[in-house]
Design a protein around this ligand. Structure first.
Ligand code: HEC
Length: 260
């Protein structure tokens, strides 16, 4: 079986003018440095959220959907405010929060504790401390940590969708000059990042609802990275190091060299 003729519009890297190869090389190298910095940023901003130093799915779950473990009120009662009230009163407040922080239960069970133990400092007379003198004011401290707010997610989504599309369009154009068989593999490498950026961003929002979508975020990021790395390495090798493919010998001549 003979190898099919290359597509008439296909040009191998070695057929491109030297200046174009220089432009492609510069683009690939600078994009790679940018990619490394974006990885450093992702690790630095998320690793450690769950108390463990390494980056994990739990870090992403907390970043996008919140820890859901503690409210500010509970965190204060476990931490700096622990000495302000006896254990029994503290347990009563925590039980009230955990049972849904209803207003009737507040009035019946815990409002007298706040009055007795907290109002001395947490009242409108002290503007530097959260006011705890009414149900509504206390509720401001009872909000769960629900993770990154939608506004921030929308802002990050649009810059990612627009920026990454441009980046992988440029990468795809460059990589289209590589010689890689089978053709479906080459097309997968070019197309994959567009699919993964979409899955990645949709999963940020879904992680708020179903925590295990954090694994889709990680898998998408990993596949995008593999695709990026493959395009950079294969392109640079075929541009400068490897001999041109035998299938193009009649176009490129015996030594594979064209006038630059
Ligand atoms: C003797 C004064 C005093 C009393 C009494 C007091 N607090 Fe505080 N509280 C502070 C101070 C000072 C801060 C701010 C400094 C800090 O966070 O350590 C604070 C901070 C807080 C915060 C905010 C933490 C944050 O996330 O910013 C909460 C919530 C809180 N207290 C709850 C309570 C509760 C509930 C009680 C009653 C059981 C109480 N405090 C009793 C002085 C007091």
């Amino acid at each position: 079986m003979t190898e099919p003729r290359p597509h008439p519009l296909y040009l191998h890297f070695r057929e491109l003018p030297l200046s174009l190869r220089v432009a492609y090389t510069g683009t690939l190298l600078v994009l790679s440095v940018g990619y490394i910095f974006s990885m450093i940023y992702v690790f630095a901003s998320h690793a450690g959220r769950d108390g463990q130093p390494m980056f994990s799915a739990d870090d992403l779950i907390i970043a996008y959907s919140g820890s859901k473990a503690d409210t500010r009120l509970e965190a204060a009662l476990k931490g700096p405010m622990a000495g302000m009230l006896p254990e029994g009163d503290r347990a009563a407040i925590v039980a009230w929060v955990r049972s849904g922080a209803e207003e009737t239960a507040f009035n019946e069970t815990v409002s007298s504790i706040f009055q007795q133990r907290c109002h001395a400092c947490h009242a409108p007379t002290n503007p530097h401390l959260p006011d705890l003198t009414s149900y509504d004011k206390v509720m401001a401290m009872v909000e769960l940590d629900t993770g990154m707010d939608i506004y921030t997610m929308v802002r990050v989504s649009h810059t990612h969708l627009l920026g990454i599309t441009f980046m992988f369009f440029i990468m795809g154009i460059i990589f289209s000059h590589a010689y890689l068989r089978p053709v479906w593999l080459k097309c997968t490498i070019v197309g994959l990042p567009f699919a993964t950026i979409f899955c990645d961003i949709v999963s940020w929002y879904l992680t708020k609802i179903v925590a295990s979508f954090a694994y889709v975020v990680i898998a998408s990021g990993a596949l995008m990275g593999i695709s990026f790395g493959t395009m950079v390495v294969v392109s640079l090798l075929q541009m400068w190091v490897l001999p041109p493919p035998a299938a193009l010998a009649d176009r490129l001549g015996g030594d594979g060299q064209l006038i630059p």
